[in-house]
Ligand binder design. Structure first.
Ligand code: COA
Ligand code: ZN
Length: 311
């Protein structure tokens, strides 16, 4: 690894979508809007603000239209919407999402569990979405379960590469590799990122890690040093796919930004603001959240020296 590299790392905040989709407590539309507006002041250039999926599949995000209508859009921020099918794309375009994030799993079994269709049907729908969306919004497509599937186990690298190629051939410029249930390890990540960048060089590559087995930030470093520059992360480490057994939170945004700050890797994100916003999450979702830096504070947040310590 080249620890001397300090090229900027772009963080896409996904708490309003991946973070809230799995929450049991209903988060009011106004509170979702306030969360996104708070995030918009922290310096993100990309925020995944919601999804336009079946309200039966993800009831927690059924108010996507009202959320997109209510947010105050920062001038330089791209507001992304996750969509599974043409109907979702139409809804997202009407809601003026700047980018659509299409999702299909590398694993047939997980795609059927999550999207209720085969990978072939998902891809056929993506072709229609590209034709529909291209004048209105940019496009990203995610390969979910790219590093392992909770039903099928190991996923062949060749399959991930061929899906990434298929996305590019459809005219989709952004490609995300998602570790849906935290099965990736740093060596695997370095290898797959290197190979995808070789085979699909024109793509804007994003890595989407979950911290389910504690390897999230190690995987970020492995991907960054292999050449990836875009990463998804969720405030507080919220998140998870309700259709993947054992799913848990995304890598935590403030933990990621803290690591980058300490290492001298620029992100453009205001960590102090982020921590303050993260500390509002337990009240919003009614439980503790996994993020660590919001609890510990930054390294520079020093404590008073105890009086009984001698000089
Ligand atoms: N937005 C709103 N409603 C939608 C929709 C969308 N994008 N897509 C389908 N629907 C509605 C249909 O209109 C239909 O409604 P009706 O019962 O009132 O007639 C119903 O959902 C079933 O439609 P169908 O096309 O048969 O969908 P399905 O039941 O096979 O489910 C998906 C397929 C893709 C819509 C569903 O599995 C889904 O939304 N998955 C997303 C899961 C997710 O977000 N996971 C986490 C993120 S990776
Ligand atoms: Zn995810």
């Amino acid at each position: 690894m080249n620890f001397a590299c300090n090229e900027p790392l772009i963080v896409q905040e996904v708490a309003p979508r991946d973070g809230l989709q799995i929450e049991k407590k209903w988060v009011e539309t106004a509170d979702k809007i306030a969360l996104i507006d708070g995030l918009s002041t922290c310096g993100f250039t990309r925020i995944e603000a919601g999804s336009f999926v079946s309200p039966k599949a993800i009831p927690a995000l059924r108010d996507g239209e009202a959320v997109f209508k209510g947010i105050a859009r920062a001038a330089d921020t791209i507001y992304v919407a996750l969509v599974p099918n043409v109907k979702g794309a139409e809804r997202a375009i009407n809601a003026q999402a700047n980018e659509l994030n299409l999702v299909m799993s590398a694993s047939q079994t997980h795609n059927r569990a999550n999207m209720r269709m085969s990978c072939e049907s998902s891809l056929a729908g993506f072709g229609d979405i590209v034709r529909l969306a291209s004048p209105h919004a940019s496009l990203n497509a995610t390969v979910a379960t790219a590093f392992g599937c909770p039903f099928e186990g190991r996923i062949d690298e060749e399959r991930v590469i061929s899906i990434a190629r298929a996305y590019r051939e459809l005219g989709i410029t952004g490609i995300s590799l998602a570790d849906t249930t935290g099965m990736a390890n740093p060596r695997q990540v370095a290898r797959l990122v290197t190979r995808v960048l070789e085979h699909v060089p024109a793509a804007d590559l994003t890595l989407h890690f979950h911290n389910t087995r504690g390897l999230g930030l190690a995987n970020v470093l492995a991907a960054y040093h292999a050449g990836a520059r875009r990463f998804d992360a969720a405030l507080g480490g919220l998140g998870g796919c309700p259709f993947a057994p054992g799913a848990s939170g995304n890598i935590c945004t403030e933990d990621l930004v803290n690591m980058c700050d300490e290492m001298g890797i620029p992100t453009g994100i205001d960590l102090a603001k982020l921590i303050m916003l993260s500390r509002t999450l337990p009240a919003l979702v009614d439980h503790d959240v996994p993020g660590q830096v919001a609890k510990a504070g930054r390294n520079c947040d020093l404590h008073p020296v105890p009086r009984d310590i001698k000089a």
